[in-house]
Design a binder for this molecule. Structure first.
Ligand SMILES: [Zn+2]
Length: 300
């Protein structure tokens, strides 16, 4: 990610935090505008809705939502505040930390949905790099191509109905490469924005108390999200799966996996974890060990 965007977002966030600005629709729209302009996503984000008091279901807590069809983005301020309250308690944050945590979570939620808009753009493009292939095969079923190959209309329709159902999406959310990549990118950008120690090459003693707190907050969030991503590899007691390949097989049984596997040759274990591809049992054990013993994170 280019420094220009990091600087812009950091400047906006730090001002908002300093001014004690409450998270409202103006703040959300300001941040989204910066991102849409930077990534040129105007055609993939048609409208932004912000709900303030909408009821939400605790089990299906969604901070934001991107509709791939009408390209509308929605954020639920109530849900963001609820999430912040709950997690501040479990991380035992004091009041100033909570303020930064709120903005970190808001930024992660916005960047996540922006990444879905970007994935929508990629799914319509004919890019053939590994990430684009993974995205295209996870979201798109080319009906015309399948008919050409001799598949029956009713079989294709039946399958599309199944993968669009709430049950299917809920069951496979955890292993979805679309979600994995959006989470990782959102976290990575947020981490760069608030990682004053590494971003500005500062030592701990050169950091202000605000910067110190932000570093602690963002490390906690990172630790939490990476642990979640790791669970996607577990399938039973001692079996590990590739979440991405499993997801594509379930969602798009007509996908060309060979092309994806060919493009993924020679990747490092870290890169394979980012894409949700197969890693060996040893690498998995090593990864988990790092996570649990010293909070070290593979993904940077
Ligand atoms: Zn998502």
């Amino acid at each position: 990610m280019e420094n220009k965007l990091i600087d812009k977002l950091r400047f906006y966030m730090m001002n908002a935090i300093d001014e004690n600005k409450d998270v409202d629709s103006n703040v959300i729209i300001d941040i989204i505008d910066i991102l849409i302009n930077y990534y040129k996503l105007e055609s993939w984000v048609r409208n932004i809705n912000v709900t303030i008091n909408e009821e939400f279901n605790n089990n299906m807590l969604s901070l934001g939502f991107y509709n791939w069809y009408d390209k509308q983005m929605t954020f639920h301020i109530n849900a963001i505040k609820y999430f912040v309250e709950n997690f501040s308690n479990s991380f035992s944050f004091a009041i100033p930390e909570k303020k930064y945590f709120t903005y970190c979570i808001l930024l992660i939620a916005i960047l996540h949905e922006i990444e879905h808009a970007n994935q929508n753009r990629v799914s319509e493009s004919d890019a053939k790099d590994l990430e684009s292939l993974i995205i295209q095969n996870s979201v798109f079923i080319d009906t015309a191509k399948l008919l050409e190959k001799g598949y029956k209309v009713e079989d294709i329709e039946k399958h599309c109905k199944k993968i669009n159902s709430k049950e299917f999406q809920k069951e496979n959310y955890n292993i979805s490469p679309i979600e994995r990549l959006a989470s990782i990118k959102a976290l990575d950008t947020t981490y760069h924005i608030f990682d004053f120690k590494y971003g500005k090459e500062k030592t701990m003693s050169e950091m202000s108390s605000t910067e110190l707190i932000l570093n602690i907050v963002i490390s906690d969030i990172k630790f939490y999200i990476i642990n979640n991503l790791n669970t996607a590899y577990k399938n039973g007691y001692d079996r590990f799966i590739s979440p991405t390949i499993t997801y594509i097989q379930r969602t798009n049984p007509f996908a060309d996996l060979e092309e994806i596997l060919a493009k993924s040759k020679g990747l490092s274990p870290t890169e394979r974890i980012i894409y949700g591809l197969q890693i060996s049992n040893n690498e998995q054990a090593e990864n988990e060990n790092k996570e649990t013993t010293n909070g070290k994170i593979l993904i940077k």
